[in-house]
Design a protein around this ligand. Structure first.
Ligand code: EPU
Length: 420
């Protein structure tokens, strides 16, 4: 299993390319199941999660090909509509094939995703949404079986105990494109990735309005055609590099950043003393002072994203004063706290809240990556720490960051990947 060995204390300076958004690419790839004819997806990041989804699509009769950052897909047969547990358990976003399969083929069998390191993560709202369109939903040997000859449009409320659901909105929106009549989703997720999916579907011939807001209207159409689409930049990767600049007192320029997708993040970083500015179609982040403490609560978009909570926490470990971090999306997403503690961080967790008392220095240590964003947080900690940090199980980071060690080394980082 690969590990990273990081020599901390290097100031990062230079330019990095930000890739296409993982969380936009995954539902967009699932949506290609709906197409009659080939699709070309540009700026598709080369990540473990994307590879897993293409493998699943291959099993479902979709031919896929990658050339650089372009993925092409073409549905060649519709005989197998079973997403097996072996593939689904590797990546929860596999659930995104459920809506397209039942809408296009009338039948879907998708293994029920289990829990994961960041919490229980149920899919009940996805299922309620599809049932409201007439799908018969059963649980058979751990698999969700959804069937319906022709889905029917309906008014569907998709709110849950933690607000809207991103992939739930994606699933229902995709299914509704081929349903008979009009579907209105209330309490839809407003994330830019949902909007990118809606743009993709509209380019395929769907009739979706309102995506990016809480009410989305989808008028069903008879068929969708193949299309060419460029995925939006990854706002979480960009945010991670902004924090990398801050924690190393460095300066990082990033290509193709959509700052308009990152208002809460940029606002918070500016509040604590990080300079973030537009630059050449991208952005630049730098910091030459000690970070100030702050309070932050994760929320659905446009609030501060849970996917940057762990990374911001790492930075706040070195802030001047006490910070309070409250997790409103995944109350258990705090596995990084104990690992940061091994590096000297002073963090007290109380329910869904972490109280971080800023210290002067983190100290390098052997630590364990537990999930994707926690791994990114540990890489940042290693960069900002004194001495050597060894991060085990870095396969988690390969799920969502393309060649992160190469990108960081190119701007002054000292990270070695080795097979432990
Ligand atoms: N929820 C339910 N029932 C459902 C669906 C969700 O109770 O049927 C709850 C969840 O347990 C959670 C909240 O609603 O408390 C929001 O979950 P959501 O469904 O929005 O999460 P998701 O769609 O499974 C996506 C991203 C995650 C990101 C979340 C929140 C993708 C592929 N994944 O997950 O990304 O954290 O939205 O923004 O888009 C990551 O990239 O590291 C990652 C985990």
């Amino acid at each position: 299993m690969d590990q990273f060995v990081i020599e901390g204390g290097q100031r990062l300076k230079g330019r990095v390319e930000i890739g296409g958004s993982k969380n936009a690419t995954l539902p967009i790839l699932a949506a290609t199941l709906l197409a009659q004819g080939p699709c070309r997806i540009e700026s598709a990041p080369d990540l473990e999660d994307v590879t897993h989804l293409t493998q699943l699509l291959n099993e479902l009769g979709v031919e896929t090909q990658r050339q650089g950052d372009v993925l092409t897909t073409n549905v060649v047969t519709e005989t197998n509509s079973h997403a097996r547990y072996d593939l689904v358990r590797k990546m929860r976003a596999s659930i995104c094939v459920l809506g397209p399969l039942v809408a296009k083929r009338g039948y879907a069998r998708v293994a029920m995703p289990g829990g994961c390191a960041i919490g229980s993560r149920p899919v009940d709202i996805h299922l309620r949404g599809l049932a409201a369109m007439g799908a018969k939903i059963e649980l058979v040997e751990g698999d969700i079986v959804a069937s319906c000859k022709k889905l029917k449009g309906n008014e569907i409320f998709l709110g849950g105990p933690f607000g809207s659901t991103v992939t739930g909105t994606a699933n229902v929106m995709m299914a509704a494109t081929l349903a008979e009549g009009t579907t209105v989703i209330e309490c839809a997720a407003c994330e830019p990735e949902v909007q990118d999916l809606a743009n993709f579907l509209n380019e395929m011939g769907a009739k979706i309005t309102g995506a990016g807001g809480p009410r989305v209207t989808i008028e069903g159409v008879e068929a969708l055609h193949g299309v060419k689409h460029r995925v939006i930049p990854d706002r979480i990767e960009a945010g991670t590099f902004m924090i990398a600049a801050a924690i190393t007192n460095g300066e990082i320029e990033m290509s193709q950043v959509r700052l308009d997708h990152m208002m809460a993040v940029v606002d918070k970083l500016r509040q604590i003393g990080v300079v973030v500015e537009k630059s050449n179609g991208g952005a630049v982040a730098f910091c030459n002072r000690r970070i100030m403490a702050t309070d932050v609560t994760t929320q659905p978009y446009p609030g501060f994203p849970t996917d940057l909570q762990a990374q911001l926490m790492t930075l706040l470990c070195l802030a001047d004063g006490n910070s309070v971090i409250t997790e409103k999306i995944y109350p258990d997403r705090f596995l990084h706290v104990a690992e940061l503690g091994r590096m000297g961080a002073n963090i007290r967790k109380e329910g869904p809240t972490a109280i971080v008392t800023g210290i002067k220095n983190l100290i390098g240590a052997p630590v364990m990556a537990s999930d994707l964003r926690a791994s990114a947080a540990l890489v940042l900690a290693g960069l900002g720490a004194d001495g050597k940090t060894t991060i085990n199980r870095v396969y988690h980071i390969d799920r969502g960051y393309e060649k992160i060690e190469c990108k960081l080394n190119a701007i002054g980082g000292k990270i070695e990947r080795s097979d432990a």
